[in-house]
Ligand binder design. Structure first.
Ligand code: UDX
Length: 438
């Protein structure tokens, strides 16, 4: 099938590449000349495990092309995916400028019956708005469907190719048939394709992310309480997760959720609520808890050291989670800004996000070539992202390199008993603060 994907960002690239891999003829389009030139030359602008290899193979075999010519790509395609960015707008709602501009251009370009599928996370009712644009401007019949993505960064290819579910909100059988055909290679009976109306499909995306964010904030609240009452959040997590109604995934307390989806989508859903006169109290609390949680380690550091000025801090992990170089809404930034703001010196290390961080933080921090260099002479180490290489370091070496053996473990990567034995002061999430160093 001929497919066009508008927006060669994270979602667009993954979608286009996976659809090419399943045998479709895909054109990925973007307005950014530099990005398209780089992609044509084989350079991938984001870090995502396995993506580079898949892009190269499909491009070489002629199923995947990159271009800036939206009109041509949309004119040839049977399905046009909209995967342009929806940044946070003024009132917290998703900013639809890019989506609507692309929709206008698609409307001017279609030559035959086309399905326009929105992949971007857009407020409920957006597919209907785009349908109106098509009806006003397009010379051919167009069905607009909502087809939200549920890709986790770091596992996006797996999520696309073996999805828990595919959600398609469509008004006509014709559009449903085409979407079913496109997704057939990825869905089996146990991985359903769920057909519904566009508004429900749009809501599924927001409600899913809001529910996951709620789970994390709930667990973070429980963790704070565990610290106070002398319970261990790690035991509590295991005990809760064993109940199949609760389940284990997404129950890890930490230093707050970040990334390009949860913070933005929670805000956008709150904005939708406000627009309709509904106060989503629970979701407001989720957001508030997350803001508090992002400051947790800093508060503890101040409690531990008193003043931070003149002290040196090592930071392990910059990306908002492992296996990505994405720094959007990353709790690391809050930690680093807090330490700098209080006069501390910061030495950072991340396996893949250093380049991006350099552009954001410039000369204000020291970029260490490895985890051990980051803790040299440090008064404390902050573990901010749970990369697997941070789970089993040579802790004796870490201790020798540091000025004082204090660890703020924002992801509970270390075992408290082992840390105590090694003589570290180990602050973890959801565990009572430790006694003084031995
Ligand atoms: C998320 C959704 O999972 C995905 O379905 C959606 O389409 C986009 O948003 P992503 O942002 O890539 O994906 O990351 P995810 O793995 O969901 O993690 C989000 C945040 O929650 C991260 O900051 C992570 O560290 C945090 N988290 C996750 C926790 O603090 N505890 C957990 O138990 C799980």
């Amino acid at each position: 099938m001929r497919v066009a994907v508008v927006g060669a960002g994270y979602v667009g690239l993954v979608t286009g590449t996976c659809l090419a891999e399943s045998g479709n003829d895909v054109a990925c389009v973007d307005k950014d000349d530099a990005k398209i030139e780089a992609l044509q030359a084989g350079s991938i602008p984001i870090y995502e495990p396995g993506l580079e290899e898949l892009v190269h193979r499909n491009a070489k075999e002629g199923r995947l092309r990159f271009s800036t010519d939206l009109a041509q790509a949309a004119g040839r395609a049977k399905v046009v995916f909209l995967a342009v960015g929806t940044p946070e707008g003024e009132d917290g709602d998703a900013e639809l400028r890019h989506v609507l501009e692309a929709a206008e251009e698609i409307a001017r370009s279609v030559k035959h019956y086309t399905v326009v599928a929105t992949k971007s996370t857009v407020p409920v009712g957006t597919a209907d708005r785009i349908q109106e644009i098509m009806e006003r401007r397009a010379k051919a019949e167009v069905d607009v469907v909502s087809n939200p993505e549920f890709l986790k960064e770091g596992a996006a290819l797996e999520d696309f190719q073996r999805p828990d579910r595919v959600v398609v909100g469509a008004r006509t059988d014709r559009a449903r048939r085409i979407m079913r055909e496109l997704y057939a290679p990825f869905v089996r009976t146990e991985r359903p394709i769920l057909l519904m109306d566009p508004r429900s499909a749009e809501m599924v995306k927001y409600a899913s992310n809001a529910m996951l964010a709620t789970r994390i904030s709930f667990m973070n609240d429980i963790a704070v309480l565990c610290e106070r009452v002398g319970a261990d959040a790690e035991h509590v997590r295991k005990g809760m997760g064993a109940d199949t109604r609760i389940g284990y995934p997404f129950l890890f307390p930490g230093i707050g959720y970040g990334g390009s989806c949860f913070p933005k989508d929670v805000k956008a859903l709150l904005a939708t609520g406000r627009r309709h006169g509904i106060d989503l109290d629970l979701l407001r609390a989720v957001e508030k808890t997350n803001e508090r949680q992002k400051r947790q380690l800093l508060v503890r550091a101040v409690k531990h050291f008193g003043a931070l000025d003149g002290r040196t801090f090592g930071v392990w992990g910059l990306a908002f989670k492992p296996k990505t170089d994405d720094l959007r809404e990353a709790p690391s930034l809050e930690v680093i800004e807090g330490l700098l703001g209080k006069g501390g010196r910061v030495q950072v290390y991340d396996p893949v996000a250093m380049e991006r961080a350099r552009r954001l933080l410039g000369e204000r921090v020291t970029f260490a070539p490895g985890p051990y260099e980051a803790v040299e002479g440090a008064d404390a180490l902050f573990v901010v992202t749970e990369w697997s290489e941070f789970r089993t370091p040579d802790l004796e070496r870490v201790k020798t390199l540091m000025r004082s053996p204090v660890v703020f473990d924002g992801r509970n990567v270390f075992d408290p008993a082992e840390m105590e034995e090694l003589g570290f002061v180990h602050h973890a999430i959801g565990r009572a603060p430790p006694g003084p160093a031995k």
